[in-house]
Design a protein around this ligand. Structure first.
Ligand SMILES: *[C@@H]1O[C@H](CO)[C@@H](O)[C@H](O)[C@H]1NC(C)=O
Length: 765
């Protein structure tokens, strides 16, 4: 080992050793020393001494403090960027050292120590004597000078004898600021009264922590709940959502940005500052997103798919932000809980409770959704006429089953957007509600089955029911007769029910007010799926055959026999009575039609419901129908058939005006084989022409045939043009698959002004 290396080692070991603290080498400069007592038991003596070895001035600090305590004395006015001398009294483990505190949190020990200290301890107290150079070698350390004011901070904490002494937070009371004056001769005097630092950041971080917890922990949960779980309280839930969102927004902006500014905009400082900063800057985006979503929900028309996408975006963004903020609470809580004992279990407790609560609520919600709350039965009764006149006068009512709902206030809260509700004012919304149909087909939307939450909302909207209460009964299928390859007429036999005599009567075939009304059918095996099937008595095999026979006889000039409808015109129906429904098999996995076609289950039926066709005595009635849509009109066709065959009795001939009633039927089927009731339709057409009557016109289309006319907007407009010439269109019915319905719906909306069409005459069935 060479000389040089020995020298270097000696130099290094010398520089690592704390400065020499032998009291003899220091000389008091002035006898003017400062005595201060912090709390009751922390006694501090500060004076200036000269080191005889290096000739430099030193601050001499003498503390007498109880064992198991710390005392911090720092330079500056707050803990931000403060150099702090910390005297830890811990029996024989006592020590003093210089720390640096970048901000309000726990300070860290400095690498280069300017403090030389010794201590004495007698079991109950520790006495420190420490020297700190006026002009430290490191330029970053605080430099002191004679004839100057020095701002100082202090803080202390006492620990139980069982505790270990660590740098835990001292609390808001055990701290303060003071000012010393060092005069030219090295005398020290107190230059201030005691006071508390205005700018102690730790208290801010405590508020910050609690307020962010309130924002995202409590109000975050409220945001989730108001948007997802409390939809049934539609009158208030969006206000709660808005209010709670605003609170989160403001608190996060204010306390988030103050926190970032206190950290000197050093965002990449810890996981907490990174997550916190992301939450702070994106919270405005989610608020704007919410405002935007609401506005789009109220504004967009025929764009439900877009509304749902926007809502999805807002929901996902919100969920992400709420989740992220929980981690911000966790990281922030863990960071500051080292300072205060009571905080320690909070972050983990919060996270556990938050996610557990969310999970439990979600499960309860999912269960609730699949239950079935029965609809409220209102006392108020409204006739169809009253309903219509209310609509004419601007009331915003819709029909659901036999219930009248006032949706005027609810519209803007409808999850699918305002438009779909507004557009259906005055209409029967049952088929949409039960998920059989959809108003708009664009954007790959499929019909929406409304959950129990929606049923609960419906209950809050019910204002009346239409006419008489519908009947409800159980039935099972006893007979099936095919109409075509996919459609069949089923005989449902009413089931005996213990003690209850069911009295149900199929409407008489001359009761035109029942035409187009429906049966609501659900299976016992899968009660969630409900479908509406229209009453079409003439589709009963036995009756249908009589009609066909009469048409044949009439067209070949033979005597007709009339129709025996005895089995539908019974005075009352009891147990074991039959009901006939013609139903197409859509053959979807959980579909009701498949169950019916399998004839396996027991079904619950509610009848008769809906608006029906509301056939007028006079005027032109247009119907555009495709496929099974024809069933809605079959009884009307049969009625006109009886009229034109001369089978109606007496005043029944006056039900439809002989001269001024006209029914124009546009019927579309894929092919003659796949048609429904074709013999009756074509038979009536023939008989009407033979008699030179004007009350029925059939425009038949087979869509599979080459060159079949497309029912597009131009076609629709042309038909309307033809029949508006004599200004007598009383009704336009459309009943086909969803796509077709939508084309008609939108076309009528566009042309209604041009042709002076009252939109209330258009019914999309
Ligand atoms: C220890 O020292 C302190 C301060 O000098 C004194 O007040 C205390 O009585 C002493 N305790 C014992 C047990 O001597």
């Amino acid at each position: 080992m060479s000389w040089i290396s020995v020298l270097i080692l000696l130099t290094i070991s010398a520089s690592l050793r704390p400065p020499n603290v032998s009291a003899q080498q220091y000389q008091d400069l002035s006898d003017k020393t400062l005595m201060k007592t912090f709390g009751k038991e922390f006694n501090v003596k500060i004076s200036v001494v000269k080191n005889l070895l290096d000739g430099q001035e030193y601050l001499k600090i003498n503390t007498v403090q109880p064992d198991k305590t710390y005392l911090g004395l720092g330079f500056g006015q707050s803990m931000t960027n403060a150099q702090i001398m910390i005297f830890i009294a811990d029996g024989t483990q006592s020590n003093a050292a210089e720390y640096f505190s970048p901000r309000a949190t726990r300070p860290t020990k400095q690498d280069n120590q300017n403090l030389a200290s010794t201590f004495k301890q007698n079991g109950t107290h520790v006495e420190f004597t420490a020297y700190r150079k006026f002009k430290p070698d490191d330029v970053n350390d605080k430099t002191l000078s004679l004839n100057s004011l020095v701002n100082m901070i202090y803080a202390f904490r006492q620990f139980e004898s069982s505790e270990s002494v660590t740098l835990k937070y001292h609390g808001g009371d055990n701290r303060g600021i003071f000012k010393i004056f060092v005069d030219l001769s090295g005398g020290i005097s107190d230059a201030s009264g005691e006071g508390y630092s205005e700018d102690d950041s730790f208290d801010f971080y405590v508020y910050h922590g609690w307020l962010m917890w309130v924002s995202w922990g409590l109000f975050g949960l409220i945001q989730l709940a108001s948007n997802r779980y409390l939809k049934m309280y539609w009158k208030v839930n969006m206000w709660v959502h808005r209010l709670s969102g605003s609170i989160i927004w403001i608190l996060t902006l204010v306390f988030g940005f103050i926190a970032v500014s206190k950290a000197d905009w050093e965002v990449v400082n810890s996981l907490h500052t990174i997550i916190g900063f992301i939450v702070t800057i994106t919270v405005t985006l989610i608020v704007l997103g919410g405002v935007f979503t609401r506005s789009m929900m109220n504004r967009l028309r025929w764009k439900t798919h877009l509304i749902l996408k926007i809502k999805f975006g807002h929901r996902m963004f919100g969920l992400a932000l709420i989740t992220l903020s929980q981690f911000s609470i966790l990281t922030g809580g863990l960071k500051y809980s080292t300072w205060a004992e009571y905080m320690k279990p909070l972050p983990i407790t919060h996270i556990s409770i938050f996610f557990l609560t969310s999970f439990v609520i979600e499960i309860i919600h999912q269960r609730y959704k699949t239950q079935e709350q029965p609809f409220r039965v209102p006392d108020e009764i409204m006739t169809m006429e009253e309903f219509k006149s209310k609509i004419q006068n601007g009331s915003q009512y819709v029909l659901l089953d036999d219930l009248v709902l006032d949706v005027s206030k609810y519209m803007s809260n409808h999850p699918g957007g305002r438009f779909v509700m507004e557009y259906n004012v005055g209409r029967d919304i049952s088929k949409y509600f039960y998920g059989g149909y959809i108003l708009e087909n664009s954007g790959g939307l499929s019909p929406h089955y409304h959950s129990n939450v929606a049923r609960k909302i419906v209950n809050s909207l019910i204002i009346a029911r239409i006419d008489q209460k519908p009947f409800q009964f159980m039935a099972r299928i006893v007979e099936k007769s095919d109409v075509n390859s996919t459609t069949a007429t089923f005989t449902f036999r009413i089931q005996k029910q213990a003690g209850n005599l069911i009295q149900f009567q199929l409407p008489a075939s001359n009761d035109i007010s029942t035409f187009g009304k429906h049966f609501l059918v659900k299976s016992i095996a899968n009660p969630r799926v409900k479908r509406q099937y229209t009453l079409a008595s003439c589709m009963n095999k036995h009756i249908y055959e009589q009609y066909v026979k009469n048409i044949e006889k009439f067209t070949s000039n033979q005597d007709i026999q009339g129709i025996d409808e005895s089995f539908i015109n019974q005075s009352s129906y009891n147990d074991n009575a039959d009901i006939y429904l013609t139903i197409k098999n859509y053959d979807t996995r959980s579909g009701l039609s498949r169950l019916i076609h399998q004839q396996k289950d027991v079904f619950e039926i509610k009848a008769l419901m809906g608006k029906g066709l509301d056939v007028q005595r006079q005027g032109t009635h247009l119907a555009f129908v495709a496929g099974t849509g024809i069933l809605v009109f079959m009884d009307l066709v049969a009625f006109i058939l009886r009229q034109n065959l001369g089978l109606l009795q007496g005043s029944d001939n006056q039900i439809l005006d002989q001269k001024n009633f006209k029914f124009v039927l546009y019927a579309s089927f894929p092919s003659p084989e796949d048609s429904i009731g074709l013999e009756l339709l074509q038979g009536l057409q023939k008989i009407t022409q033979m008699q030179e009557l004007k009350n029925f016109e059939l425009i038949l289309r087979f869509s599979n045939e080459f060159m079949s006319e497309r029912w597009n907007a131009q076609f629709i407009e042309r038909q309307v043009e033809i029949f508006t010439q004599n200004k007598q269109i009383k009704k336009i019915w459309v009943c086909g698959p969803p796509m077709m319905n939508e084309v008609f719906d939108r076309t009528f909306e566009e042309i209604s002004q041009q042709y002076d069409l009252d939109r209330s005459i258009v019914e999309i069935l």
